[in-house]
Design a protein around this ligand. Structure first.
Ligand code: G3P
Ligand code: MG
Length: 250
């Protein structure tokens, strides 16, 4: 039901490195992590880039939008200086660079499909196809613990991912879990519910587990809270505090 690692580094290396960069992946590895969550958005030319915000201004300087910028121009931007001088010049990665690094290092990926407005279906389908093609051998061998888990807040993106590459598993990301969650999760053929721990209750956790779904939480930075939700039956969670909550946390 949850063949993946329990503790996952959020946005690459949590707060210890600039989010969604290869430097973040390296920071996660330095702390012993073999599992990562990050965000993928399409460039103007339809290429998946590892970015959280649709607009520039926070992690890259200036004004502009990911969906209106060519991939090669995004890849030349500095996504590290906002964090600290030590990471100045750290580029915006291509999704395929993350795949290559994670395969080489044996890192499992939770790929969040993060579409810009109007690009939900295109982003979901692109991420699903590229992931399926990159993990074709693992999928053919039934080695699903090695295959990334796709997730999204966008049901349209998840439906497009399901239709483009049904063999790549999907999780439905939810801030708050609605009353009809089970019906909707089954329609998406989702294997897991990934939710904000702040709105999760023991009762909801129990019903999700009893229905046979994986249950994953974001973003848990307090060790006491982490222990509590694990006792509730939560299968795994991502954290920004990879220095406080390590991969062997229990
Ligand atoms: O995938 C879980 C979490 O990353 C969702 O929120 O805004 O950090 O992408 P956000
Ligand atoms: Mg995310």
């Amino acid at each position: 039901m949850w063949p993946y690692p329990k503790i996952v580094a959020h946005r690459g290396g949590g707060t210890l490195a600039p989010e969604n960069t290869v430097a973040g992946l390296r920071a996660g590895r330095a702390y012993g992590f073999h599992a990562v969550e990050f965000d993928v958005m399409l460039s103007k030319d339809g290429i998946g880039m590892v970015m959280h915000d649709p607009d520039f201004g926070r992690t890259v300087a200036g004004a502009g939008q990911v969906a209106h910028t060519l991939a090669r121009d995004l890849a030349a931007m500095d996504a590290g200086s906002w964090h600290s001088a030590q990471f100045a010049g750290e580029p915006v990665p291509y999704y395929t660079q993350f795949i290559d690094y994670c395969k080489e290092q044996g890192i499992w990926m939770n790929v969040e499909i993060k579409p810009a407005d109007g690009f939900a279906a295109a982003t979901g389908a692109w991420v699903a196809r590229v992931t399926r093609d990159s993990y074709a051998d693992e999928i053919a061998a039934g080695d699903m613990a090695q295959v990334p888990l796709l997730s999204s807040f966008s049901m349209e993106a998840l439906a497009a991912a399901r239709d483009a590459a049904p063999d790549v598993p999907r999780a439905w990301l939810l801030d708050r879990i609605p009353a009809d969650w089970q019906e909707q999760a089954r329609a998406l053929q989702a294997v897991s519910i990934n939710t904000n721990h702040q709105h999760l209750t023991l009762e909801l956790a129990a019903s999700i587990k009893a229905a046979g779904f994986g249950l994953f939480c974001y973003t848990v930075n307090d060790p006491d809270r982490a222990r509590e939700i694990l006792l509730w039956g939560v299968d795994g969670f991502c954290t920004d505090r990879i220095d406080l909550i390590g991969p062997a946390f229990a």
